[in-house]
Ligand binder design. Structure first.
Ligand SMILES: Nc1nc2c(c(=O)[nH]1)N[C@H]1C(S)=C(S)[C@@H](COP(=O)(O)O)O[C@H]1N2
Ligand SMILES: [Mo]
Length: 326
């Protein structure tokens, strides 16, 4: 059985991406086939991808070309009212209503793993001396909608370098807070909490990768991942993990929540790629959240490789088969 056939066999037709019953059925099927939880499929934590190319550096001018866009930003009301933050429910309007209970001060982040200077630091110390800059990035959700968001933040690299990662740090793992007292969704078994994500070290150090602290010139609202969240604009939105409490330098590809939950649907790399469909829908096009009354979605537009950031990031994946490592 080829990998594609296996994925097809596990496909369960449904209109809803987040249906819990479907998710449980798929888990049961995988378990019955004897291939869960330690799936050794490409694209998930069971197999290791080839090492990153050594010479993928871009010039500061090339990087800057990715920091802005002429496209109109999505309305503030939609950026802060149409969200995915499953710790506060699976509906798009749930986080803006329910996340008010998230306490974002004081906030500490535990940084550890393969680095010379591990430690638990306050948000203030983590960001001390780093001036927040504005970056207007497209965010493309794996579900087929997208937004244009003016973020405030600091390059993730400038934060990570402070902890002096060693040569054994091949990946960086990120963890979201998981406090049922503040996050009602954590009581439901939608995902294996805490929400976790990860990047290869060169992706984490890339000049486009942002640790966001605000949007539209204001501090991040809770529903958008306050007080700090990742923004990785060339990857599907689920990589942009919110409300981060731990950053760990690791040697092996780390556990990531969506890949663990449905490995045939959500790869570790999750680079936006119109040529690789999601098993249940095409990724060739997307619809911007438009926000005009009576019309939430604009007309379909083509999805671009790496979400339009190919000039900046394609070099990171030179020689890699993006179908295998989706
Ligand atoms: N902790 C956590 N981070 C998360 C999510 C989540 O459910 N929990 N959802 C992800 C998904 S699927 C998307 S599309 C983006 C949405 O970010 P936004 O609500 O700020 O637009 O957040 C990502 N980060
Ligand atoms: Mo998403």
């Amino acid at each position: 059985m080829s990998l594609r056939d296996l994925r097809a066999a596990l496909r369960i037709p449904t209109a809803e991406i987040t249906d819990e019953a479907v998710w449980r059925e798929r888990r049961r099927l995988l378990a019955a086939l004897g291939i869960a939880p330690a799936l050794a499929l490409p694209g998930c934590a069971g197999g290791e991808p080839p090492p990153p190319p050594s010479a993928a550096r871009i010039t500061p001018a090339q990087a800057r070309a990715g920091f802005a866009t002429t496209e109109a930003p999505t309305r503030y009301e939609d950026v802060t009212g149409y969200n995915n933050f499953y710790e506060f429910g699976t509906g798009k309007a749930d986080p803006s209503r329910a996340a008010k209970t998230l306490r974002t001060r004081p906030w500490t982040v535990a940084v550890g793993g393969h680095c010379a200077k591990p430690g638990r630091v306050s948000l203030e110390d983590l960001l001390a001396g780093l001036a927040a800059e504005e970056r207007v990035y497209r965010l493309r959700c794996v579900e087929g909608w997208s937004m244009v968001i003016p973020w405030l933040g600091v390059p993730l690299a400038s934060v990570l370098e402070r902890f002096q990662p060693t040569s054994r740090a091949k990946y960086v793992a990120f963890t979201t807070l998981a406090d049922p007292a503040q996050m009602p969704g954590v009581a439901r078994g939608i995902l294996d909490w805490p929400y976790r994500e990860g990047l290869r070290i060169d992706e984490a150090m890339h000049p486009l990768t942002l640790l966001a602290t605000g949007l539209y010139g204001k501090p991040l609202p809770q529903q958008n991942g306050a007080p700090l969240r990742l923004v990785v604009p060339w990857k599907y939105g689920f990589k942009s993990i919110k409300s981060i409490v731990a950053i760990t330098f690791v040697e092996r590809m780390p556990f990531t929540s969506w890949n663990d939950s449905q490995p045939e649907e959500y790869g570790f790399f999750a680079n936006v790629n119109p040529a690789v469909d999601h098993p249940r829908w095409s990724q060739k096009t997307e619809r911007r959240i438009a926000g005009s009354r009576g019309k939430l979605f604009a007309d379909r537009i083509p999805t671009r490789p790496f979400n339009g950031y190919a000039d900046q990031v394609a070099g990171l994946y030179a020689g890699m088969d993006l179908r295998t490592w989706f």
